[in-house]
Design a protein around this ligand. Sequence first.
Ligand SMILES: C[S@@+](CC[C@H](N)C(=O)[O-])C[C@H]1O[C@@H](n2cnc3c(N)ncnc32)[C@H](O)[C@@H]1O
Length: 176
Amino acid sequence: MGRKLTSYNGNDCIYTPIEMARKIVNFINPKGCILEPCRGDGAFTSVFDSMELKYEWCEIQEGIDFFDKKSTNANWMITNPPFSKVTKFLKKTIELGIPNIALLVTINSIWMNGKLNLLKDNGYQLKEIHFIESPYFRRMNGWKQSGFSLGVLVIKKDTSNTTAVSTNLKTGEIIW
Ligand SMILES: C[S@@+](CC[C@H](N)C(=O)[O-])C[C@H]1O[C@@H](n2cnc3c(N)ncnc32)[C@H](O)[C@@H]1O
């Protein structure tokens, strides 16, 4: 059996620093209601609050399991998901009919037949890849370097055949 590929250090609960969440939300500039399906300690949701954006949230540690969610008003799902559950989170988001998805992940996590076919079969496409420069993470607690590039994947219900790749999400200027 092959080695299981997990996150940087196998930990599913590495929270997003609020400055990074703010950078991502500002960059994506989401319209309409947003779902944070696993808010952790609330980096993204506090940014939504500060920007007066409408949102829904779940967090299993607070007794609200994303997989129990039956419906949503969300137009976007934005999160740093548990790395061992990326496919399940994508499946559930698609099932809920959310047309726009932004995931803070190691970008290699999307290049699997199962995930790509899931998107294709449901009329979704990987539209944008925004790299987050790596050296930044060497300075941060918990966010260990693994050799896998970190970035934000923007996935949309849209079958036009283009994927933009950028290095726009430069966060190195933020000192922690
Ligand atoms: C990598 S952490 C990220 C937390 C937060 N999204 C952030 O950006 O900081 C993943 C979170 O997913 C939560 N989680 C795992 N499975 C879940 C589920 N089924 N429903 C809701 N939350 C879940 C964990 O408790 C953890 O807080």
